[in-house]
Design a protein around this ligand. Structure first.
Ligand SMILES: *[C@@H]1O[C@H](CO)[C@@H](O)[C@H](O)[C@H]1NC(C)=O
Ligand SMILES: *[C@@H]1O[C@H](CO)[C@@H](O)[C@H](O)[C@H]1NC(C)=O
Length: 345
C-alpha cells in the first residue's frame, strides 16, 4: 500500500531490485511465521511424517501451489494454523505443476513454516491440458485449477478425507470443525450450497435446450456450490470413479459448449444436489468481485469462519495497487510478504 504513495521512479527502482535478486530469492521475500503448538487436549500424533501423512486423526488439507499465487497460499496456511487448536496435527498436501520448480516451492514454504507438516505432489499439466476449453476468465483455464479433481489419485490411498482450499482465502475459525463434518448417506462432498443462486445461468442455452443433457438434473434438487472450499471423502471418490465422471463432462464441453466457467461446472454436473450442505460461514465467497471487473463486495449476512476472495480481484493485488476494498484489510494481517520498501532481508 505504501509503495503507491512513492513517486514512479522509486517504484521502478524497487522492481529492478526485486528482479535482480532473481527467482532463487523468492523464499527470502517472505517472513517466517511463528511456531504454533497443540493444545493439551489434542490427539497425540506420530512425530514421523510417514505416519502422520496416513493418520486419520490428522486434519488433511489440500491446496495448489504456484509462483503466481504463493503469497495467497502462505496467508491461507498461516490463518489455518493460527485459528486451529491442534496446529501440529494439520497435514498440508500441496499440488504443484510438474513443470514448476518444486524444490523452490518446497524451500519457500519451509523457510516461512519450518515446522509445517507437508508434502508436495507433482501434477502433470498434460493430464488435463487437452480437456480444457477456454472460459470467460483466462485465469480459470490454468491446468492447476483442475488439480482438485485429481486429489483422490494424487494423495496416498491412506488419506481418506481431505479439505480442499483455494489459495485466495483465509480462515478465521478452527479448520478441524470443517474437516469433521459428517458426510451422511454415502455423500462424497460437503460444501456450502446456495439455492437462491440462479442455477440455470451456469450452463449455456445449448445445454438446457438438449433434451438428454437437461435431464442431468431431472431428479435432483441441484444448487450452486463453490468448489474453492470442499470436504472430500477420498475413499468414496475413488470407489465411485468420480475423476472419470468429471473428465467425461470436460470432453463433452470440448465438443459442444455447455458452460462458460472453468473447473466449477463439471463439479455441479456430477455433484449438484447430492452434496452435504455446510453452514455458509465456511465459505464467505465472492470477495474478489465478479469475473469481469472485480468490484468490491460486502460479506453475506451471518457469521464468518472463512473469507474467500473468489472472483477477479485479489486482496494482495489491490493492496499493492493502493486501491484495496474495505474487506481486504481482513486479509492483510496474514500477508507474509516482506514489504519491499524495508530493505531488511
Ligand atoms: C530450482 O530452485 C532451486 C532453489 O531452490 C535452484 O537452486 C534451482 O536452480 C532451480 N531449478 C531450476 C531448473 O530453475
Ligand atoms: C436465470 O438465468 C437464465 C439464463 O441466464 C435467465 O434466462 C433467467 O431469466 C434467470 N432466471 C431468474 C429467475 O433470474
Amino acid at each position: 500500500m505504501k509503495t503507491s504513495t512513492q513517486p514512479p521512479l522509486f517504484s521502478l527502482l524497487l522492481i529492478v531490485i526485486i528482479f535482480s535478486h532473481g527467482t532463487t530469492s523468492i523464499s527470502q521475500q517472505f517472513r517466517e511465521a511463528p511456531q504454533f503448538y497443540n493444545a493439551p487436549t489434542c490427539p497425540k500424533m506420530a512425530e514421523e511424517k510417514e505416519q502422520l501423512i496416513c493418520s486419520s486423526d490428522a486434519v488433511h488439507v489440500a491446496m495448489t501451489l504456484d509462483a503466481a499465487y504463493i503469497r495467497g497460499s502462505m496467508a491461507a496456511i498461516l490463518s489455518t494454523l493460527q485459528h486451529t487448536s491442534c496446529p501440529q496435527n494439520v497435514f498440508f498436501h500441496f499440488v504443484a505443476s510438474a513443470s514448476a520448480n518444486a524444490s523452490l516451492l518446497r524451500s519457500t514454504i519451509s523457510a516461512s513454516f519450518p515446522y509445517l507438516n507437508f508434502q508436495v505432489y507433482h501434477f502433470r499439466d498434460s493430464a488435463v491440458a487437452g480437456l480444457i476449453s477456454t472460459s470467460i476468465r483466462s485465469a480459470l483455464d490454468c491446468p492447476l485449477n483442475y488439480a482438485r479433481s485429481y486429489l483422490a489419485d494424487l494423495l496416498p490411498p491412506c488419506v481418506r478425507r481431505v479439505v480442499y482450499l483455494d489459495s485466495d482465502l483465509v480462515l478465521v475459525d478452527d479448520i478441524s470443525k470443517l474437516a469433521a463434518i459428517p458426510l451422511s448417506g454415502g455423500r462424497v462432498l460437503a460444501a456450502p450450497e446456495y439455492c437462491n443462486a440462479n442455477f440455470t445461468s451456469y450452463f449455456t442455452p445449448t445445454f438446457w435446450s438438449s433434451p438428454s443433457l437437461s435431464l442431468t438434473f431431472a431428479n435432483r434438487k441441484a444448487c450452486y456450490f463453490n468448489t474453492g472450499v470442499m470436504v472430500i471423502d477420498l475413499e468414496r471418490w475413488r470407489g465411485g470413479g468420480y475423476t472419470v465422471r468429471i473428465e467425461e463432462w470436460m470432453e463433452l464441453q470440448k465438443r459442444m459448449r455447455i458452460y462458460e466457467l472453468g473447473s466449477l461446472p463439471p463439479f455441479l454436473l456430477v455433484f449438484g444436489g447430492e452434496i452435504e450442505a455446510v453452514d455458509h460461514r465456511w465459505n464467505q465467497h465472492g470477495l474478489g468481485g465478479d469475473n469481469f471487473r472485480g468490484l468490491c463486495r460486502d460479506l453475506h449476512p451471518g457469521p464468518v469462519s472463512l473469507l474467500h476472495w473468489s472472483g477477479k480481484g485479489k486482496p494482495w493485488a489491490r493492496l499493492d495497487a493502493g486501491r484495496p476494498c474495505p474487506l481486504d484489510a481482513l486479509w492483510a494481517p496474514y500477508d507474509l510478504l516482506k514489504p519491499p520498501y524495508s530493505f531488511d532481508s
